[in-house]
Design a protein. Sequence first.
Length: 339
Amino acid sequence: MKKKRISITDIANALQVTPSTVSRALNGGGKVSEKKRLEIISLAKKLGYRPNPIAKSLLANRTQTIGLILPEFTHHFYSRVLAGIESITSKAGYQLLICTSNENQNQEIKSTLTLLDARVDGILATISKMNDKFEHIQEVMDSGTPLVLVDRFSEEIETPYVISDDFKGAFSAVDYLCQIGCKNILHIKGPDNLSTTFNRFMGYKEALRKHNMPLKEELVLESSDPKLVEKIRLCLTRHQVDGAFTYSDYLAFEIYKLASQLKIQIPEELSVIGYADEPISTYISPTLSTVNQQPFEMGAMSARYLLNKINDPEVALEVKNLETKLMIRESCKVVETQS
């Protein structure tokens, strides 16, 4: 049988005082004698009284909750983003209500409306990769609920963002491949419609331009292509590919598997750089060079931005680009230094 929750009225009845007297005593209000206040507090502890958070939130117009929508938790990147967010929100006394979209727009819309119905004080979200409708995001902003978007950018939504500098991250990776002498650099792009895919491709192109190398369309592949594996194999066998830069570490692993089948040595014949610094990058052999996006810092900064917005709705819109870090490991040749 469910145990009845002790209420202010129960304490008031037991001590033959009014509920308002109990409320003032428990909340430090005036017009209650010190003797009576201590008596009320003592009985409340004895009975196991706990304040009703819903009632308190209605009085304060705050729920002390923050909604979070992430595409998934399986990738190390998003688990680190979550850890960064929680490191800030928990210290500030906020609880997280966490939803996943599974990269599905309909699920994202449902999650957004659920969080609004729960009267969260603010929302942190990473928009799904299939997102082409933004009415639900606009509804958040129209409701006055503070919103900060994380990792992915959309020109359709005017709100604070915390993202990594994917252009510079990709540029640094491909620039390194050019410096070690790679002439035919394969690039596997990410999902369509994502700002991260576009910015990493732009970084790839700019690094080639810096080194006066032509963009070869046959060396740019789409990760969504059902024939991706066959096309990677074709590039490795027919186009003398000696370098590869991929949208993710998992796509880099696909190159590893094919290189092994084709007896292509990494890094002696083929240098590879992935993206995101997932745990897989240090587990595979040779260890994978990659770009670290500082996901923990991204999460922490987005939480700070949101709390600032909650406390001051007039705070200016900001787009924060976090610096990335190029992690050179065994999958790349080492840049020769001039003596």
